[in-house]
Design a protein around this ligand. Structure first.
Ligand code: SF4
Length: 471
């Protein structure tokens, strides 16, 4: 599998022929969207809650500096540390120095997309520290040496049979010689292996779904409880997260949690919602002795007030990708970077540059389902359109495509000529497709006709129908 965003077309073509992937993606379609629909139907005030959550995020984004400083002050009051990191390199170095101060040989990790964004696992491994993923999905893909393919279900692209083979291959060295096929037995094997790793780890690293300014708490939601063990068993807890996760109060967090779980997995609430506030106090029976929050910017503050501003409301629920026909067809790896699906198509060009990620904003049918289901009502298609414009202006798109768009734009600004041209085109297509009612090859439309027929036009043109309907 090619793994860069430039390789999207090749990755997608390969993904469409991958039988295992197609089986797994068909299951996803019947799974997350159906559960979300039921959860939303069961909460009549869902839309009002959504608007409330959006209001909270919009307010925070207008006062981001204030709430981040308040969060930092509260963390320090509780004996924790906040590390401001402008770049992924700074975040990696900061975490490495915390691990080295502990002489850590291994770290346990809860699921964190920001840690993927900064390439933390490879970096720690290069410096002799073993990263151990403890979320089951992350654990599976770590064994398979693959990146996550979904922001809440990292191994959603794997079938049960593939996981069975993977565990059989890797768990033999831990004494599990029998090949298990029952999901419960497979989970149990992973649990037994990971238990030991929790106690060996010098540092536990988690992400954060929210940072609460009024208390200095960090919040994670999980369904496995692995986050709790990751952060409470080692001597040091590191939270690696990004600046837009801050919310003013505990109450605000509770409001957004209600839309997050329903949008992500269709649950009313995730099984575990864990609040961490500073290191262990003298009266606590357990908990970490040190508490560090690594706060990554990585260009996020540059998004404030721009066409990308609304992306900062994203709560990484994954609903947009669960409902995207392109993501459902090709899976997450085809996108070639950390954030796949519609949120990736809107976000990745910012992180990687539009030159590197130009295919992603084009990997959309613009059906609008992503924006419709997004709990934060982020106008993802508008942002993808913005990136298409940027790619056009910077001459990143192929010359022929640019010339075609410019010719169309020229024509579209001259209505009489446009009508004449479309009439002629429709007449020619009708005449050419009269016999079969469709075309299996057309000049300039080879990308379409090599995989499907192009239907010959039928009925009146859009303009004619529009005139008739308006009377
Ligand atoms: S863009 Fe919206 S739907 Fe997609 S992950 Fe973010 S919050 Fe969820």
């Amino acid at each position: 599998m090619l793994s860069t965003t430039q390789a999207f077309k090749a990755n997608a073509a390969k993904a469409l022929k991958d039988k295992n992937l197609q089986t797994a993606m068909a299951r996803l379609e019947q799974n997350f969207p159906a559960r979300r629909r039921a959860a939303v139907a069961g909460l009549p005030e869902f839309d009002a809650l959504r608007d409330e959550a959006i209001g909270i995020k919009n307010h925070v984004l207008q006062h981001l500096d204030l709430y981040l400083e308040r969060f930092e002050a509260r963390v320090k009051e509780r004996g924790g540390h906040v590390h401001w990191c402008a770049t992924p390199a700074q975040a990696r170095e900061t975490i490495l120095s915390i691990c080295r101060a502990q002489n850590a040989k291994s770290v346990t990790k809860g699921k964190s997309m920001v840690s993927e964004e900064i390439g933390l696992n490879d970096f720690l491994a290069e410096h002799g520290i073993e990263p151990v993923e403890t979320d089951l999905g992350e654990y599976i893909i770590q064994l398979a040496c693959e990146p996550p393919s979904h922001i809440i279900g990292p191994a959603v692209h794997k079938t049960k049979e593939q996981v069975t083979d993977l565990f059989h291959e890797h768990h033999r060295k831990y004494g599990f010689s029998e090949k298990q096929t029952d999901p419960e037995a497979l989970v149990n094997e992973a649990r037994v292996i990971l238990r030991k790793k929790y106690f060996e780890a010098g540092v536990g690293i988690t992400g954060a779904n929210f940072l609460i300014a009024e208390t200095g708490s960090t919040v994670i939601v999980t369904n496995e409880g692995n986050g709790d063990l990751t952060q409470s068993l080692p001597k040091v807890h590191v939270v690696v997260t990004s600046i837009e996760k801050v919310v003013p109060t505990l109450e605000d967090c509770a409001t957004i949690l209600r839309v997050l779980a329903r949008s992500a997995t269709g649950q009313e609430m995730s099984v575990y919602t864990t609040f961490s506030t500073g290191p262990k106090r003298p009266e606590d029976i357990d908990g970490p002795e040190e508490f560090h929050v690594v706060l990554l910017d990585n260009g996020r503050s540059d998004m404030v007030g721009t066409a990308l501003h609304e992306l900062l409301r994203c709560i990484r629920c994954g609903a947009c990708m669960n409902h995207c026909p392109v993501y459902q067809a090709v899976g997450g790896h085809a996108y070639g970077w950390v954030y796949p699906g519609p949120i990736g198509a809107a976000l990745d060009p910012h992180f990687l540059g539009v030159e590197a990620a130009q295919h992603l904003p084009n990997a959309s049918t613009f059906c609008g389902r992503c924006a419709e289901v997004c709990p934060m009502k982020i106008p993802l298609p508008d942002i993808m359109r913005h990136w298409r414009e940027v790619a056009h202006e910077r001459k990143v798109t192929p010359p022929l495509q640019r010339a075609g768009i410019e010719a169309w734009a020229w024509l579209a600004k001259r209505p009489a000529l446009y009508r004449l041209a479309t009439r002629l085109a429709v007449w020619a297509l009708r005449a050419g497709g009269k016999k079969r009612g469709r075309f299996n090859s057309l000049p300039l439309a080879g990308g379409w006709t090599q995989v499907r027929d192009f239907p010959a036009p039928q009925g009146g043109t859009f303009h004619r129908q529009w005139r008739e309907r308006r009377g």
